[in-house]
Each structure stands twice: as C-alpha cells, then as structure tokens.
Write a protein that binds this ligand. Structure first.
Ligand code: AMP
Length: 115
C-alpha cells in the first residue's frame, strides 16, 4: 500500500489541523501558512494527486467539491464580500502536496493577476 498523503493523515486525525468542515467526501481545514486573513483548504478524501489526474469518473466529485467549497466559504462569512478558489497543478503552479485540494481565500481584497 502506498504511503498516506499529508492530507490523508490530517483527515484521519494523525496530524492535527484546525478543521472547519467535514462530510463523507470532503474535509476542510485552515492552511498552516495563510496567504489571506481567511485561507482554508478543502480536500476530497479520495486521493487524486493532481487535478490533471482526474478523469470522467471524477466529474461528479469535482462538481460536489465546488459546491462544498461554496458552503464552507459561506460558513466562514465570506459570501457577501467575495472569495477566490485556487487549485495548483504541478511544478509551475507550485503544488506542494500531491493530494488534490482547493484553496479558499478571502477576508481582504485579493490582487489579480497572481504573481
Ligand atoms: P499547494 O501549494 O497548492 O500544494 O498547497 C499546499 C498548502 O498546504 C500550502 O498552502 C501549505 O501552507 C499547506 N499546508 C502544508 N502543511 C499543512 C498542514 N500541516 N496543515 C495545514 N496546511 C498545510
């Protein structure tokens, strides 16, 4: 069996994290190195290393990921002022953790385009 990912260890409680949401399919917790006043990662429990590894069998999961992320953003009080979703894929995007996750960023005006 392959080594558990860092995020699987967080989901399973082996590594502590500030969890803000969990259901059967997803877990959301605060980023340890926040890039905005509110920075939460939402992670599917199913390990897909990168978004580019997703296939047609993941289509509904990915749709539910966006809806769950909206729900978490609303729960965090971000809905009115707005927020950003980010998925980093691979080296040029700086992906550090090879377990698909979506960043939810908010709580201040976010610059665009990103650096
Ligand atoms: P990415 O660059 O998209 O792979 O993002 C990985 C994110 O995981 C980074 O923003 C890190 O700050 C965050 N991170 C790494 N380790 C932890 C941890 N133990 N708890 C919470 N967030 C973490």
């Amino acid at each position: 069996m392959s080594e558990k990912t860092l995020f699987t260890k967080i989901i399973e409680g082996e590594i502590p994290a500030d969890k803000v949401y969990e259901d059967d399919e997803f877990c959301a917790f605060r980023d340890i190195n926040p890039a905005a006043p509110c920075h939460v990662l939402i992670v599917p429990k199913k390990v897909i290393p990168k978004i580019s590894d997703a296939d047609a069998s993941d289509a509904e999961l990915l749709g539910r990921l966006l809806l769950a992320a909206n729900k978490v953003a609303a729960q965090l009080g971000l809905a009115e002022e707005g927020y950003r979703f980010v998925i980093n894929c691979g080296e040029n995007a700086g992906q550090e953790v090879m377990h698909l996750h979506l960043h939810i960023l908010g709580g201040r005006r976010l610059s665009w385009p990103p650096g």
